[in-house]
Ligand binder design. Structure first.
Ligand SMILES: [Zn+2]
Length: 362
């Protein structure tokens, strides 16, 4: 295996890890699930969602069966492509001179880590992070205001993430109609922000600094990964670059125009939803990160070995630094961030649920 993907596989091998493989009958399982979902949407009279899934089913039958990669890897590759395309049309186009591989790795953190390798750079994203985003975002998009049932789902998702670092053990909420589309767009935007932030470190040269200190980050099972220590100043810089990449380098004025057009022009409606999601994604991410950090902090009293020590500044500071100047100007265009409000207003109730689940499991 050559190039930076080879570097990735060698890096995994150091920890005795192999890339995750989909089950042998993965295509069959996906088709089965799609058929059941289409049937459910038809019964519920949601023709739009059924038609959308019909298209996915056709694509699945047309060739996705040859797909040998794990769904997590495919999602990360999509994030990588999205961010690289944004870089190509940005002021940083010349700064990206090497190949970058974005790979699944049990870092344990909600934040990814990046490092220089022989053939380029590796960005390591915790196993199943986007799956975790989906669990929480679907629960948040289900109902307004969210009820006890949604808070249960969020608590279960966080407990599974904290305990297993792999959210596949968590709940699998399914949303239909507008909630499905909204949570899907937000899940993508949050995942893209995490990856774009790491590209921000890369583009700003943080990964090439000769004086960069390395430290060991525990990742569970007694294993540790060396990560490059970055200053908080560098983190804020990576956030700013990552956010601007997420917005495709557009000015706030241009973004508002596209969103406004999307309200009555179906051809740009999708792009409008994507931009609304991109504007809100870092804020939702910081709020969620701070909630997970609090759950872990309090669980440490319950003797849970914390492998999720953050290498990044507190979310509160990152949120303030990133939105400080533009939050007023964004106004209503930041409306998707309101979806994360229950994570703040119901924080105590969620933490209580997480702890009850952790106590049962430990
Ligand atoms: Zn960082």
């Amino acid at each position: 295996m050559e190039g930076v993907r080879g570097d990735y596989l060698r890096f995994l091998a150091q920890f005795g890890i192999e890339p995750r493989k989909p089950p042998a009958n993965a295509a069959e399982l996906r088709i089965d699930m799609l058929l059941r979902m289409i049937e459910a949407h038809r019964r519920a009279g949601d023709q739009a969602a059924a038609a959308y899934l019909d298209e996915l089913l056709a694509k699945e039958r047309a060739g996705a069966a040859d797909e040998q990669r794990h769904p997590a890897e495919i999602l990360l590759e999509r994030s990588r492509r999205t961010v690289v395309a944004a870089i190509a049309s940005s002021a940083y186009a010349d700064a990206l001179r090497h190949e970058v591989f974005v790979g699944d790795f049990p870092t344990g953190s909600l934040n990814a880590e990046a490092r220089r390798t022989e053939h380029g750079y590796l960005i390591l994203v915790n196993s199943g992070l986007s799956y975790f985003f989906r669990q929480v975002l679907v629960a948040l998009c289900m109902r307004d205001p969210v009820g006890a049932e949604e808070l249960d789902l969020i608590g279960q998702a966080i407990a599974a993430y904290v305990l297993h670092r792999d959210p596949a053990a968590g709940p699998q909420p399914v949303a239909g109609g507008p909630a499905a589309m909204l949570s899907h767009a937000l899940q993508r935007a949050c995942g893209d922000f995490v990856v774009a932030h790491e590209f921000g470190h890369l583009l700003a040269g943080h990964l090439d600094m000769p004086a960069a200190q390395s430290r060991m980050l525990p990742v569970g099972d007694g294993r540790e990964v060396p990560v490059i220590d970055k200053s908080w100043q560098q983190e804020f810089e990576a956030d700013a670059i990552g956010f601007s990449l997420l917005l495709g380098g557009r000015s706030l004025h241009a973004i508002k125009q596209i969103i406004d057009e999307g309200e009555h022009d179906a051809r740009v409606a999708g792009q409008g939803v994507e931009l609304l999601s991109a504007l809100a994604a870092p804020m939702i991410f910081f709020i969620l990160e701070s909630l997970v950090a609090r759950c872990i902090q309090e669980a440490e009293g319950a003797q849970l070995s914390s492998a999720m020590t953050s290498t990044h500044p507190p979310s509160r500071d990152r949120l303030a630094a990133l939105y400080e100047e533009s939050i007023k100007a964004m106004g209503m265009y930041l409306r998707y961030a309101n979806l994360a409000r229950p994570l703040v207003s119901e924080e105590a109730a969620i933490v209580e649920r997480v702890h009850a689940l952790l106590r049962k499991a430990l």
